[in-house]
Design a protein around this ligand. Structure first.
Ligand code: SF4
Length: 367
């Protein structure tokens, strides 16, 4: 509960945030614990407007293709993967993916978000040939392979992260999604996944940044982590982005916080409840304020639903994400929200913003 004493102490911190100061860990903790939701919302909305004074809200029409569910990691928050050798494991053929992409292009899509498990047997050439085929056939934006998958490929092929990413870029990779970030603190991470610790994820992401790739940062909250760990996660992304910008690289073009979806996951038996919308919106606002070195923040309507997703546009988000023509990972864990392009455009307009269609790397498209 906010008392007179905490209101005084947080108002001082809020003034410092408004001056774009980077607070210390305990100060951020005090802000997220004690600040009034309206103060957080207003501050985050002000910073959004500073980045995007034209009051635009962007969205993307693309398709999420999960090329394989076979994975040598065991993550107890994941309902998607199958262990190598299990009967329900699959790898999509190139032809199956061409068909999905042609459907996406037919509804005005600009690219593909391609992610999968950490497959132990697919050779590097399977990934590079796929990218070059997709680029030469369709010329679409290829937003593919999270740092976790880059880690998996590097481990499987005995290559460095930079060597893997360079090979993928030469084949047509345009940008990298921030999947597998969850919470980048090993105390919680090693209880939730067997592969790709915090430093490995950050190193793979930094290698992508140094090679000039645009990427997105993410945070998954509500899977048993503490407030301190969420703040540590934000600090690691903030520091990585500072190094990338100092090196003259774009680094993270966007940050996307989302909520853990518990259905059908092993850890869901212990953590069956989704994060309350109010808590998500407070963290969305805090993320906007903390990561004031990343230009875009996306609200995850896919995990919180469109009703709360639209509220996020007033809590610092300037992007509403994708129509998600297909999504297999979080839908298996219970997030089955759907939206067409018209629905997203209407929501953006109803909330008082101008919709602008973009590509996965946040480059704007002509409407
Ligand atoms: S979250 Fe990713 S790395 Fe973990 S088991 Fe699922 S597919 Fe594999």
């Amino acid at each position: 509960m906010t008392t007179a004493a905490t209101a005084v102490s947080t108002s001082h911190l809020i003034e410092r945030i408004a001056r774009r100061e980077h607070l210390a860990h305990d100060e951020w903790k005090r802000v997220i614990t004690d600040a009034a939701t309206e103060d957080l919302r207003r501050l985050a909305d002000d910073l959004r407007r500073e980045f995007h004074p034209d009051d635009t809200v962007t969205y993307v029409v693309d398709r999420n293709i999960n090329y394989s569910n076979v994975c040598f990691s065991v993550c107890n928050f994941c309902a998607f993967y199958r262990k190598p050798g299990e009967a329900e494991g699959y790898v999509l053929s190139y032809e199956e993916m061409y068909e999905k992409i042609e459907e996406m292009i037919a509804v005005g899509g600009s690219g593909v978000l391609m992610q999968g498990g950490l497959h132990p047997d697919l050779p590097l050439e399977w990934y590079t040939k796929l990218l070059s085929e997709l680029k030469s056939r369709y010329g679409i934006h290829l937003h593919c392979f999270s740092p976790t998958e880059v880690y998996g490929m590097a481990k499987t092929f005995g290559m460095s992260y930079a060597e893997v990413i360079k090979a993928l870029m030469d084949a047509g990779l345009d940008s990298i999604p921030g999947g597998g970030g969850e919470i980048l603190v090993d105390e919680i991470r090693r209880k939730r996944r067997t592969e790709c610790n915090s430093q490995e994820w950050l190193d793979a992401m930094e290698a992508a940044h140094q090679l000039g790739l645009k990427t997105t940062g993410t945070m998954m909250i509500g899977y048993g982590e503490t407030v301190d760990q969420r703040i540590q996660h934000l600090e690691k992304l903030y520091q990585l982005q500072q190094r990338s910008l100092a090196a003259g690289k774009p680094g993270f073009v966007s940050f996307i916080p989302w909520t853990f979806q518990p259905d059908n996951t092993p850890i869901g038996k212990i953590i069956p409840d989704r994060l309350p919308a109010e808590e998500y919106l407070r963290w969305l606002a805090l993320s906007r304020l903390y990561l004031n070195n990343i230009p875009n923040v996306q609200v995850s309507w896919l995990t919180v639903g469109l009703a709360d997703g639209r509220r996020g546009l007033h809590f610092g988000a300037n992007d509403i994400g994708s129509t998600m023509i297909e999504e297999n990972v979080i839908s298996k864990a219970g997030a089955n929200h759907k939206a067409t392009e018209d629905m997203l455009v209407n929501v953006i307009r109803e909330e008082g913003f101008t919709p602008v269609k973009r590509k996965a790397d946040y480059t704007r498209l002509m409407n």
